[in-house]
Design a binder for this molecule. Structure first.
Ligand SMILES: Nc1ncnc2c1ncn2[C@@H]1O[C@H](COP(=O)(O)OP(=O)(O)OP(=O)(O)O)[C@@H](O)[C@H]1O
Ligand SMILES: [Mg+2]
Length: 392
């Protein structure tokens, strides 16, 4: 068990691509930290620098208190599990798992005991005699994990280990990885582009964009208090609705007009601006069958255009008269400051929105039958700076 510390780590490739900007990240001893972000944001590069497969251009990597920049991958006592498994095709499962122990020169009997023990804990004992090509994707992935576990490394580095699997297996193996982490009580740094995987697996989740750390927090914190419009839009499914909301004065109070909803602002919340960006999670819009009982400003009539019953919840798609905010995934044109949320764009009204309501609600779509009232609790609304996109 060791802590992994990256201090001021940057990576520039010879062609001029900066994959990682000055990154400070500390994975605690025994923690399962997830690195998440869109394709190309630098996740694999970070992991490869910890593994020693890539040298940082700047900064230091420390593994278990030892400076690791000059250590070869084999001397770092970390094991890496890749998306494509990287199994030896001509060897049996047993030989694949045993490989690193053989290389260390352990006695045959000890190797066999350890291979069987690891295979047992992964539920693949019956496959030890097979070649990788005779295995399913999920079984291959278990073998790849077995090969890492058997070495008893001080830390595991996992790069999208589940992304080649179908949805059901992914969920199954996700649970398995959590169980393994608890059982091995070892430090894990786990990379994925899947925000659901990140939220369910991570003790803490580090969100990366364009090679910069956007936020490092527990899944609950990321969800409840996203630091920027980017994190807000990236984490959560269906995604948070983001609208531009001009400020207005209603009955002596300052409100943000988010489409049909008026959101009262605390004094001082939006000093120096005439608008804010408002984020509304789909599940915070509540279907309200008796509109007369609602408070003015919190209730709005909308027209459902598409209704998707998912079982426990029903998704309602509609438009409101507001400018939608979308988080672009282009590289920033200029080098932004580390804390800046990066580019986002404000489109033209109307804005598409999604509400997630109780699955037992009977709803229809269309101009005549699709009218419904949605209540928005102002306390659940997220506010962001109209220029920087950072949380207010
Ligand atoms: N050897 C290289 N030379 C130049 N640029 C590279 C090299 N390796 C990676 N990059 C670039 O660095 C950036 C980060 O790449 P990286 O593989 O770390 O992204 P990632 O977050 O793992 O993406 P994905 O989710 O697609 O795996 C990308 O823009 C990529 O094109
Ligand atoms: Mg990658």
């Amino acid at each position: 068990m060791v802590a992994l510390i990256l201090a001021g780590v940057a990576k520039r490739f010879p062609d001029g691509t900066t994959a990682v900007h000055t990154l400070d990240l500390a994975v605690d001893d025994g923690e399962l930290m997830v690195l998440v972000g869109p394709s190309g944001c630098g996740k694999s590069t970070v992991l490869r620098m910890v593994a020693g497969l890539e040298a940082p251009t700047e900064g230091t990597v420390t593994i278990g208190g030892r400076p690791a920049n000059d250590l070869s991958p084999g001397d770092r006592d970390v094991a890496m599990v890749f998306q494509d498994y990287a199994l030896y095709p001509h060897m049996s499962v047993h030989a694949n798992i045993a490989f690193a122990l053989k290389a260390k020169g352990l006695p045959r009997r000890d190797i066999d005991v350890r291979v069987r023990q690891v295979a047992g804990s992964l539920g693949i004992e019956h496959l030890l005699g097979r070649r990788p090509r005779a295995l399913s994707g999920g079984e291959r992935q278990r073998v790849a994990m077995g090969r890492a576990i058997v070495r008893r490394p001080a830390a595991f580095l996992m790069d999208e280990p589940l992304s080649n699997l179908d949805a059901k297996l992914r969920v199954e193996l996700r649970t398995e990885i959590r169980r393994l982490h608890a059982e091995l009580a070892t430090t894990f740094l786990y990379v994925t582009h899947d925000q659901v995987e990140a939220m369910t697996l991570g003790d803490r989740v580090a969100v990366l964009r364009h090679g910069r750390l956007q936020q490092l927090a527990s899944p609950q914190q990321l969800y409840a208090a996203p630091a920027s419009v980017f994190v807000a839009a990236f984490m959560g499914s269906p995604a948070m609705n983001l609208l531009r909301a001009p400020l207005a004065s209603v009955g002596g109070r300052v409100v943000a007009r988010a489409g049909p909803w008026d959101i009262p602002l605390e004094p001082g919340k939006a000093k120096d601006h005439d608008e804010v960006l408002v984020g509304i999670r789909p599940e915070h819009l509540e279907h309200f069958p008796h509109p007369s009982a609602g408070e003015a400003g919190e209730l709005a009539q909308v027209t459902a255009e598409v209704v998707e019953p998912l079982g426990s919840v029903t998704l309602v798609h509609f438009h409101v008269d507001a400018a939608p905010v979308s988080v672009l995934d282009e590289r920033p044109r200029v080098d932004s400051t580390p804390l800046e949320s990066g580019p986002f764009s404000v489109g033209a009204a109307p804005a598409p929105m999604v509400a997630s309501v109780d699955g037992r609600t009977r709803l229809s779509a269309g101009a005549t039958d699709g009218r419904l009232s949605l209540r928005l609790d102002p306390a659940s609304v997220h506010l962001f700076h109209p220029v920087t996109g950072l949380a207010l």
